[in-house]
Every structure is written in C-alpha cells, then in structure tokens.
Design a protein around this ligand. Structure first.
Ligand code: FES
Ligand code: FE2
Length: 408
C-alpha cells in the first residue's frame, strides 16, 4: 500500500533486507571523501597499450581530478606522469592523444613542452630545457633539479595501463588478487587491440554504473538479454565469485544469439573462451571486463561529481585478427554494445533515471541490495561485496553513511 512520510522513511532490518542509503550516491561530502580515500589510493584502469602503439605516443586523462599523461618512452616502456608543470603548476600536455614526435609550439620534438614559459620535459620525465635558466636562477636551480612527478604504472591484465596516484599503493597483483582467474587465458594468451571507443558523460553517480554492471536482475529491462539468455538453459546457474578488495566475477553461460531476430551465433572467440560464452570481471572501484564470445568490452569510470560520471567504453579483439575477423568482431560488438546496440544504452537510461531521483540534496532513501539467491545470477552479492570494501576504505557504513564507524 502507499506510504505516508514516516512509513516511507522507515528503514528495513539490514540482517533481513540488506540495503544502502541513497546519500552514498548523492552527498557532496561523501563524494569528496571517496576521491581522497578511494580514488587517490587505488590502481585505476586507464588506456590500452594498443592506443599507444609507437614510441613517444601519449594519452592524457584525469584521475581523481589530477591531470595525468601516459607516454611510451623511446625504450618502449609506458610511463605515467602528473601532467602538471613543476614551474607554476600549469597543465603541460593539452591534447587528449598524440605523438611527441610532433613538437608543440616553442618546444622541441620528443619533448612535452609547457606553453607558459617553455619548460620542456622528455618522455622519461626529465627536464630537458628551462629557457634563460642561468640568467634567472643563477646556480640556485638547474634542469637537473627539476622533473615531472612519475606515477606508479603497470601494463597488465590484457595489456591495459594501470596507474596509481599513491606511491604507497600495494602491488597491482595483490590489489587484483584472483579476480582475473576466470579470464586469464582469454586476455593474456595473445595481444589484444582496441577496435572501438566511445564515451558518455552521465548525470549519475559512478557507483550506480558499477551496480548496474554487477547485478543481472535488471536483465528484465533488456529484451535482447531476455531472449538470448534469460530464457535459455544455464542462465540461472551463472554464479558470482567474490574476491578480496571488492572485486567479483560472474561465470559463463552459452548465449543463444539466434533467439533474437537479426542476431547470429558468434563464430569468433578468445583463447580458452567457450563458444558464445559470456564472462564478467567487476573491479573495485569502477571498471568492468565483459567478454561476449567474440568481443571484449572494458568500461572505465572517471567520477566527476556525486551526480556526474564519465564512462569510457572500449571494444577489443585479438591483435592478429584478419580484416574479415576484425569486421566480424566489430559487428558483434556493435550489435549489442555499440551506441546504437541492443543493450548498453538501456543501462545508461537506467542509471540516468536514478541520477534524476538521487540528485545532491534529495532526501535519504532506502536502496535495496537484498536479493539472496545463493550466489547465482539474480543474487545481489556483487553489489553487497562491493559495498563491504567501500565501508572498509571509507570508514562509513553504506546503510548509515552519516555516522563514522569506530576507528579500527
Ligand atoms: S608554468 Fe610551465 S613553464 Fe611556467
Ligand atoms: Fe544491463
């Protein structure tokens, strides 16, 4: 029956009905704390190595509001730096992508040049030139004293570039733990290559995208998923496996693509991937690897505000694909995951609606995470597991975020 205000705001018993408080998605202060306690501390999944194929190729992006440049050095190693000039704090590299083999105005080839006073830096982060250095600084400062701030950076798990703002971060392999156990052979047997990229700025909280990726109860929203999976054998046997640090995976099933008119069984796959299989790895705090037979989709998130997130979508195949194979993978990918596909935009509409209802300043509401189905596909343990890690890092309980937990 319909509720009055006090009935509507009554909280369930957490033991009986797990839930979170909507302020974890809408509160400005909680968002700021997440940037400090989570995003500045963890490994962030960024670009793929195939997007920096040649020495001196670079990409720029933002992690926890900090500008970052990722550049492949002359020695082929990929490095990450704070994209901030040590002189007066200007951003250095301004384009989203390019090659240092083209010089910036008032700079030299092979260097990153700050446009403000022309300080230059090489792809190792060394300062290569300070205009009129001796005249202004005498011997108080030379280019040897100056360098870019290098960030922890590793290329791993299918050739992705992982970066952390924290020098104290644990090794990437211990942060990930066993989370890629179900996808090792698929992503690490042969080199992968990005064949698709698009991005979306959504007025919603980044965790709502995580939640949508990590629960399958909403497959009712996707007619494509209902026809090709939900109504097929094996769907309700798919299982979650939780891993340390908030990560989780979802096991495979054989998708019957031909059950949707116009779609077809996927002839291509990845090494070790069952034909028409569908596996997922969900990573804390905001990245997902999702393989549907012939194409791997990787989502990365950049939280911008409590109610604004940048989501980037990459589609990948095998680097050695023939032109025909690549065309097939792109077709398969776009059928379901392209901007005009049969699935992904529906998820974006879902979290956009949540973003409307959970704008900053809206009342604290109950958000249910309470489906218990013994760890199978409509169980909501993917979300509950994520928020256990969130609570550990934040020192706040997601169902009562206003009160700090007792100091550990
Ligand atoms: S701020 Fe970069 S050279 Fe001055
Ligand atoms: Fe979905």
């Amino acid at each position: 029956m319909a509720k009055n205000a006090s009935e509507w705001s009554k909280r369930p018993n957490q033991q009986v009905m797990p839930f979170v408080d909507s302020r974890i998605y809408s509160d400005e202060q909680i968002f700021e704390e997440e940037i400090e306690k989570i995003w500045r501390k963890v490994w962030t999944l960024t670009v793929h190595e195939s997007e920096l194929p040649k020495a001196l190729d670079y990409r720029t992006l933002t992690i926890a509001r900090e500008p970052v440049v990722i550049v492949r050095g002359p020695d082929s190693k990929v490095r990450a730096f704070l994209n901030v000039c040590p002189h007066r704090g200007n951003i250095i590299v301004r384009k989203p992508a390019g090659s240092l083999t083209s010089a910036e105005p008032s700079g030299n080839v092979n260097n990153m040049t700050c446009m403000f006073h022309g300080w230059q830096f090489d792809a190792y982060g060394n300062c290569a030139d300070i205009p009129r250095c001796k005249a202004g600084y005498q011997d108080r400062l030379t280019k040897k004293d100056i360098g870019l701030r290098e960030l922890k950076c590793e290329v791993a798990y299918g050739g992705f570039v992982w970066v952390s703002l924290s020098d104290e971060v644990e090794p990437l392999s211990s942060f990930i733990g066993g989370a890629f156990d179900i996808m090792k052979s698929e992503i690490d047997t042969e080199a992968l290559e990005v064949f698709h990229y698009h991005k979306a700025f959504i007025d919603s909280n980044y965790k709502l995208w995580h939640d949508t990726n990590s629960e399958f109860y909403h497959d009712y929203m996707h007619y494509f998923n209902r026809a090709t999976s939900m109504m097929q054998p094996g769907y309700f046997e798919r299982r979650y496996t939780p891993y340390d640090n908030g990560h989780a995976t979802v096991g495979s099933m054989e998708v019957k693509y031909e059950a949707y008119q116009g779609a077809a069984s996927r002839v291509l796959s990845f090494p070790g991937m069952p034909k028409n299989g569908w596996k997922m790895v969900d990573l804390f705090p905001g990245a997902t690897y999702n393989i549907r037979g012939s194409s791997l989709r990787v989502d990365t998130m950049t939280p911008i505000g409590p109610n604004k997130v940048l989501i980037e979508f990459r589609g990948l195949g095998l680097k050695r694909d023939t032109a025909e194979e690549r065309e097939q993978r792109i077709r398969d990918h776009n059928t379901i995951w392209g901007p005009f596909g049969r699935n992904l935009h529906e998820d974006l509409l879902g979290i956009t609606g949540q973003g409307v209802a959970m704008r900053p300043g809206t009342e604290a509401r109950t958000i249910l995470h309470g489906r218990l189905e013994e760890g199978t596909i409509h169980d909501e343990m993917g979300m509950r597991h994520f928020y256990e890690e969130w609570a550990r890092r934040m020192g706040r309980q997601p169902n009562n975020p206003g009160s700090a937990m007792a100091a550990e």
